[in-house]
Design a protein around this ligand. Structure first.
Ligand SMILES: Nc1ncnc2c1ncn2[C@@H]1O[C@H](COP(=O)(O)OP(=O)(O)OP(=O)(O)O)[C@@H](O)[C@H]1O
Ligand SMILES: [Mg+2]
Length: 277
């Protein structure tokens, strides 16, 4: 066959790509620690699942908090995302079926930064690992560590959108500029499509002026990017992981669970609005 004919031939039929919709991939990122990235990844995931959606949560943090909060012990886990990213183990092999599917972390994931540093394509290791399972899920939610190192970069490269949980405190707001700079570098070099999908005010205490002012500053600077949902400060969010469960399972009819159901509705409506735009 001549080269011209070969080039004009229609692409080969790919049943998976054509028939099965692909998961929306969202990273939960903020290099500041303790702002509710993990809490949001898990509880939003479970809220999606309640709506009948298929959800995979990816614990990309060597601290393994998401893994722990589903009752799994990162210390006794034999194969984790470390093996997926560094040794190309298929991601299915580290997925545990809990309230939602969880691709687990373990302490050795801390060594992934170093192990990946010499590898070509190190920023795309997670994107590659997710590709074969993307048609099995509606949402893939990636929890990231409190840094902007190679693990977080992998998450941002693999994602369509980023949700940024922000503690309602003035000092927490400053870190957002650095995150935005990292995102523009990722867009220029690695993933032109990734964008902030929303900023989520967390640990909101409406009794304090400071909390209300923090939200005002957020809205002045980021406008519509700030979700309408506010996640209030309550001990429920700390209690649930001790029982190895989401707050939606731990206290299904409580306000803490309802807040993440509100967020799920808001994210789904935003996704619909974008489809029709
Ligand atoms: N809305 C909330 N009100 C009160 N406590 C909360 C709230 N959300 C989360 N927490 C608690 O605050 C702590 C930090 O939350 P979480 O682990 O989700 O943050 P993180 O951003 O993932 O932290 P890290 O940066 O260490 O990964 C946890 O003990 C969690 O249970
Ligand atoms: Mg965390």
């Amino acid at each position: 066959m001549g080269l011209a004919r070969l080039l004009s031939r229609p692409p080969r039929h790919d049943p998976v790509a054509e028939e099965e919709p692909m998961a929306q991939v969202i990273a939960f990122a903020n290099q500041k620690g303790g702002v509710a990235k993990t809490t949001t990844t898990l509880n939003l995931g479970v809220a999606f699942k309640e709506k009948g959606l298929r959800v995979l949560a990816v614990d990309l943090d060597p601290q393994g908090n998401l893994t722990m909060s589903q009752g799994l012990n990162p210390d006794s886990i034999e194969r984790s995302l470390f093996d997926v990213l560094v040794h190309r183990l298929p991601i299915e092999e580290v997925v545990h079926e809990k309230e939602i599917d969880v691709a687990v972390s373990s302490l050795d994931l801390a060594g992934a930064e170093l192990a990946l540093s010499g590898m070509i394509g190190r920023e795309r290791a997670l994107e590659k690992a997710l590709a074969p399972v993307k048609h099995r899920y509606d949402y893939i939610l990636i929890d990231t560590p409190p840094s902007l190192g190679v693990l977080t970069v992998n998450a941002l490269v693999a994602s369509d959108g980023v949700i940024v949980p922000v503690q309602c405190e003035y000092l927490s707001l400053r870190g957002l500029v650095q995150l935005e700079n990292t995102l523009s570098m990722i867009r220029e070099n690695l993933n032109p499509n990734v964008e902030i999908q929303g900023i989520l005010p967390t640990m909101f205490d409406r009794r304090t002026l400071h909390s209300r002012e923090a939200i005002e500053i957020l809205e002045e600077n980021f406008g519509k990017l700030v979700f309408n949902t506010r996640i209030r400060k309550t001990i429920r969010y700390a209690e649930a992981p001790v029982k190895g469960s989401s707050v939606l399972k731990y206290d299904p009819s409580g306000a803490a669970a309802e807040a993440y159901r509100d967020l799920a509705r808001e994210v789904l409506n935003g996704a619909k609005a974008r489809q029709h735009a």
